[in-house]
Each structure stands twice: as C-alpha cells, then as structure tokens.
Design a protein around this ligand. Sequence first.
Ligand code: HH2
Length: 275
Amino acid sequence: MTHSTFAGVALDRPRLLGIVNVTPDSFSDGGRFFDPEAAIAHGQKLAADGADMLDIGGESTRPGSHGTPAAEQLRRVLPVIEGLKGLGLPLSIDTRDAIVMREAVAAGATIVNDVTGLTYDPAALATVAATDASVILCHSLGEPATMQQDPRYGDVVTEVRDALADLVARAEAVGIGRQRIAIDPGIGFGKTEAHNLSLLRQLDAFAALGLPVLIGVSRKGFIGRITGVEAADRRVAGSVAAALWAAAHGARILRVHDVAETRQALAIWAAIETT
Ligand code: HH2
C-alpha cells in the first residue's frame, strides 16, 4: 500500500500537528504563550514531545470571537515563525487573511491552515496559488462571531463532504495541486455537539475523497459538554480518546495541544495493531 505525503511529511501513520496559539484569548490556552519567547519555547517543547508539524496562529477563531487585524496577527506570529523554523519541522500558519498567509510563507511557513477553506478573504486562493505552500482546507459554517448560534444541516456528513469537495475544486482551479491539499470537516465550526459526533462517527466518508484528512478535536467544547469538564486544559483524556477514534477511522493528521499524551496513546494503539 502506498501512502501520501503532506508538506513533505509521510502519512504512513497518523501525524501530529502541534498547536502554538500566539493569542491572548484562545479558548484552550489563551494568553499562556502570547509572549513570543513563551510561544517559541512552547513550540520547541511540542517538537521535543514528537510533533510532526507545528500550527502557529495569531487569531482566535473560538465561537463568539470577532477577528484580529492582519497587522496584529503578523506582529504576533512572525517572530515565532522565525524562532521555530530552525527546528526542521513544517510550520503551518493558522489564518483567514491573505496578507498573513503571504508574509508567513515568506518568513518560512510551508503550510496554510485556513478554517474557512480559503473563502473568507477573496485574495486567499490566488495568494496560496502563488506560493508552493501546502494547504489545509477546513469547513466552517458562518463566521466565528455567530457560527454556534443554531447551525443547521440536512444531512451534516453529506453537506460537509460536498462542501469540502467544492473547496478542493476551487483550489485546484487556481492551480493548487491535489498533492498540496488536506481536508478537515471543521469540528466545532458551525456545528452542534450532535453534528460533531456524526462527523466523527462517519469520518470514513471524508477519507473516501482521496485526500489526507485532518481532525481538530483537541480540548473542544463538545468534550467538555459530554464529560462535564469545564476547564479546557483538563480535557486531555477526552481529547486523546477522540483523536484515537479519528485516527482509527482514517484521519492522518491530528491537530492537538497535548502532543506527548496523544503520541503515547498512538504508540500503544499502533503496537497492538501491528505486532
Ligand atoms: N480548530 C481551531 C483552530 N484552528 N484549524 C483546523 N484546520 N482545524 C481545527 O479544528 C481548528 C483549526 C480551534 O482551536 P484552538 O486553536 O485551540 O483555539 P482558538 O481558535 O480559540 O485559538
């Protein structure tokens, strides 16, 4: 069986995209790594813990958030990209803004991660096409400010899958080759808890699109609601359980805060499966 690669990383097994939020307000770890030095140290720790790639973001897209100007995102993320690019891991820029994509890639990022699948900024598609960067096309319904106010679907799995196929077609139409694309159903982005669970339950439908599937469940609200654990940083075990489910059902990239814990779980799972 042959395996694909993404941003130069072989997807022969589930890979970890470690999260470096350079924000004062992320739901999961807001403010902890806002200072560039702290963010760089955190990225180094995630790399030492076994991250395969790092996702650097200067804007929270949590439900209810209103966006961060591109100039401020750049002020936050550029020093961190500079500080982490020597690690030799692919760096991803988590942004919806084309200017931030362009400057981050110029500074050394090789992946663009846009939670709106390159739809929020009209310049995003052309901007990514003009680079060699790989791209994570994520599905969102609505804007972060309002996306959790009564999101509705007919059949959530079919609609999100078809919307992702459209996002891929738009990207291919401007010259972004399939080998540069990963897809993400966007857990929590305009989805209720029932929607999130349906998407995870039927994750195979996304793998069937023939592109690497990324899943971001780490510390998210549905884990808190199911378990009754309010503090996001205490949702690690629930996050690892959801990540393992996703890996077992075709996800090849897991976007996680807790790299060491997820890696330990994956190692045991892989050992049982292959020995
Ligand atoms: N989730 C978050 C941010 N970016 N990108 C992708 N592709 N998929 C995701 O599921 C995803 C994402 C939200 O998590 P976090 O970064 O912890 O929070 P915040 O947006 O508040 O910074």
